[in-house]
Ligand binder design. Structure first.
Ligand code: FMN
Length: 202
């Protein structure tokens, strides 16, 4: 059966972004493979920050929700359905101010939902998603991978692990704002790594 991939993009610069270029390399590497691809651009979608009213709508039984609450709950429900339907979650992520884009945080705030993607137990939280893997395509202006300054990819992996997604591979394109030579070299290496990942995985 075809693997189902959910590709999340989160660049402020749309298709012109460097992280979007990594997403584009991933898509072209997929050509001819037996996969189903769903794309979600969380910047284009312009999700607002999560509010108490929206969270309350999730905690209200579906049959008891007001019309407003039904509309609010649908935002998260629809995003969650895409995640649940996927086998592989691919996140194309720029590094902004040492973190993830706030739009991507807004997306995670809708899918990290107690009772849906994880649950609290006496031994701590347990992920409820099974059999899924993740790929992070990380674009950065500077060089941070593997240093204590890189709190971004550990944060992403923790959020994925919270939902039960533990098999996560990361491909970096770093030093993109450190001169044209380094940028081209970095993008080339990332593109090769993406090709190898796709060949191995699909
Ligand atoms: C608002 C903003 C904040 C940034 N913060 C950082 C940073 O903290 N560290 C870094 O290495 N690069 C930083 N950069 C550079 C981006 O990580 C880099 O240009 C990356 O390729 C952006 O991907 P994009 O083109 O898809 O947005 C920042 C860029 C922007 C626009």
């Amino acid at each position: 059966m075809a693997q189902r991939i959910l590709l999340i993009t989160s660049s402020l610069f749309g298709e012109g972004g460097q992280s979007s270029a990594l997403a584009a390399s991933f898509k072209s590497a997929l050509e001819g493979r037996d996969v189903e691809l769903v794309e979600r651009n969380v910047v284009e979608q312009a999700l607002p920050h999560l509010t108490g009213a929206e969270m309350t709508s999730w905690m209200t039984e579906p049959g008891e929700r007001s019309a407003d609450q039904q509309a609010l709950a649908r935002i998260s429900d629809d995003l969650l359905a895409e995640v649940v339907a996927s086998d592989v979650l691919v996140l194309a992520v720029p590094l902004y101010n040492l973190g993830i884009p706030s739009q991507l945080k807004s997306w995670f705030d809708r899918i990290l939902r107690a009772g849906k993607t994880f649950q609290y137990t006496a031994n701590g939280p347990v992920g409820l998603l099974e059999g899924k893997s993740g790929l992070i395509l990380a674009a950065r202006g500077g060089m941070y991978a593997g240093t204590e300054m890189d709190s971004q990819t550990p944060h992403l992996k923790h959020m994925l692990r919270l939902m039960g997604i533990e098999d996560v591979h990361t491909i970096y394109a770093e030093g993109l704002n450190m001169g044209e030579d380094r940028k081209q070299q970095s993008l080339k290496e990332a593109q090769q790594a993406i090709g190898q990942y796709v060949a191995r995985r699909f």
